[in-house]
Ligand binder design. Structure first.
Ligand code: HPA
Length: 269
């Protein structure tokens, strides 16, 4: 089956299940999946039951697709995303973005847990731009001409208007939201201290193992993107050691702010 046939098959399946015309796609990163539990009038599908869909294997990633109402908007939320480091081909990692586009989603809110380069643990950061340090690109191969151009423009990959709204909403709520550049790596190793220093020199403010492939595909065809990093730790070299449990623990602390902020942003966008 071609990629386009797979996208169409999955969209037909989701529409049959009642997942029609979402306004916003939500890709919820490590520890941030709880937001999907607040979706009202929810239609919930296990990833395993969705044709052509990937499987989630990381702790803190539930593996459910949730459709319904959140803050007065129709959302399609991924409770758990697919990472390249799990061994997923980038076609699988980015497939949900293709499906969101085909279901005519207007915006995808991409969230992640990330290491801070400059910003400290507990910071929420609106992503203004990214640096692709993965050495990979999901658009390599035959171009889907019906979706977008061979050479997509990345100048406005993260929609400036959405970010402006997000910053204004955060300000009104009294939630601190910074702004910065995300550098995407494949993982699963955390960075070496030398890599962190190099990334700082390159202009990165946060580092993580996701988001870049999804945003490359969104830049190709849509939807428009709002990206938010939850900074869970100082990137390696700025603290003595690093582990996944700590990342999960800090995410626990900031997720209330995160949930409040995202709902308010959805209502306002
Ligand atoms: N580096 C890469 N990915 C991450 C980190 C980090 O420090 N923290 C959470 N995800």
């Amino acid at each position: 089956m071609t990629l386009v046939e797979k996208i169409n098959e999955t969209c037909d399946f989701l529409r049959q299940k009642g997942m029609t015309a979402p306004e916003f796609g939500l890709i919820l990163g490590s520890g941030l999946v709880e937001l999907a539990e607040e979706v009202e009038n929810a239609v919930v599908l296990d990833y395993i039951d969705i044709p052509n869909w990937g499987r989630s294997t990381v702790v803190g990633h539930a593996g459910k697709l949730v459709y319904g109402d959140l803050a007065g908007r129709k959302v399609l939320a991924l409770q758990g995303r697919f990472h390249f480091y799990e061994g997923n081909p980038l076609e699988v990692v980015t497939f949900p973005v293709r499906v969101m586009k085909a279901l005519v989603c207007e915006c995808v809110l991409v969230t992640n847990a990330a290491g801070g380069i400059g910003f400290g643990p507990g910071t929420l950061m609106a992503i203004s731009d990214h640096i692709n340090m993965t050495g990979q690109n999901p658009l390599i191969g035959e171009n889907l001409d019906d979706f977008g151009p061979r050479f997509p423009d990345m100048s406005n990959a993260y929609t400036a208007d959405y970010r402006k709204t997000a910053l204004a909403v955060a300000d009104k709520l009294g939630v601190k939201l910074d702004e910065g550049v995300y550098i995407g790596v494949t993982g699963p190793c955390y960075e070496t201290p030398a890599e962190t220093r190099a990334f700082k020199t390159l202009g990165a403010d946060s580092v993580g193992m996701s988001t870049v492939p999804e945003v490359n595909v969104a830049a190709h065809s849509g939807p428009k993107v709002l990206g938010i990093s939850a900074i869970t730790n100082h990137a390696a070299g700025f603290q003595s050691e690093l582990n996944h449990e700590e990342v999960v623990a800090v995410t626990e602390r900031i997720k209330e702010d995160f949930k409040t902020l995202v709902k308010a942003i959805l209502a306002e966008l």
